[in-house]
Design a protein around this ligand. Structure first.
Ligand code: ADP
Ligand code: ZN
Length: 218
């Protein structure tokens, strides 16, 4: 099962992918996590890519493609993967096509008002990357991760000015992938118009698409 989750920042890719991996039996690969881990590790590469991501821009294709390729080469990806945050440009999609054959692309459709609400109230676990929201997906204890007890924080790029830039970059660089994958007949749309819809509801919708296509592994 090689699944791509496509959608603007804040459309829930990471939230759904972290629940789908258990159900689909393949790992959740988030290029955003890979980028943040590299920055946190303070490597030369981390310093170089921080300049782009802090401002809401994309890490250059050559760099991110190499980072993704290294991750997909690891043995846990042999049976497939759920990609969250990759591809984000047409050259990335072309590179991915050479690395693996994609079974399905889920396009998450979410109105801008919901995106802005979600991103400006998002909290992320410093230790395990789990995602919470101070309005809709509250942690049981303030600023503590339900999953691992780690500390919750607001991402550097979840500030209002940077959110605006990320949405602009999405429309310019990533939205063209919708038609790209629709033309290849790989794309299915999923809609979320209500801030109160729980992640589980959307996850079930995605599972039923996967299952109707005969892609569920026994
Ligand atoms: P979002 O919530 O915007 O979907 P992510 O966690 O997926 O955020 O990504 C955070 C940042 O990491 C992006 O704004 C970008 O700078 C960098 N990044 C992640 N994936 C890619 C990619 N495929 N291409 C280029 N940059 C990326
Ligand atoms: Zn955690």
């Amino acid at each position: 099962m090689r699944l791509v989750l496509l959608g603007p920042p804040g459309s829930g890719k990471g939230t759904y992918a972290s629940r789908l991996n258990i159900r689909l039996g393949v790992p959740h690969i988030s290029t955003g996590h890979i980028v943040r881990d590299e920055i946190k590790a303070g490597t030369e590469l981390g310093k170089q890519i921080r300049r782009y991501s802090d401002r809401g821009g994309l890490v250059p294709d050559e760099i991110i493609i190499e980072m993704l390729q290294a991750r997909l080469d690891r043995p846990d990806c042999a049976k497939g993967f759920i990609l969250d945050g990759f591809p984000r440009t047409i050259p990335q999609a072309d590179a991915l096509g050479k690395i693996a054959e994609i079974d399905l692309v889920i396009n998450l459709n979410v109105p801008d008002e919901i995106i802005i609400q979600r991103l400006s109230n998002r909290l992320v676990c410093r230790r395990c990357g789990a995602i919470f929201n101070t309005l809709t997906l509250k942690p049981k204890k303030d600023l503590i991760c339900d999953e691992c007890g780690g500390e919750l924080y607001t991402r550097d790029d979840d500030r209002p000015e940077v959110i605006k830039e990320r949405l602009t970059v999405y429309r310019r660089e990533t939205a063209p992938l919708i038609e790209h994958y629709r033309n290849k007949e790989l794309l299915k749309d999923v809609y979320c118009d209500d801030l109160k819809t729980s992640p589980e509801v959307i996850v079930e919708r995605i599972i039923s698409i996967v299952s109707n296509l005969g892609l569920l592994q026994p």
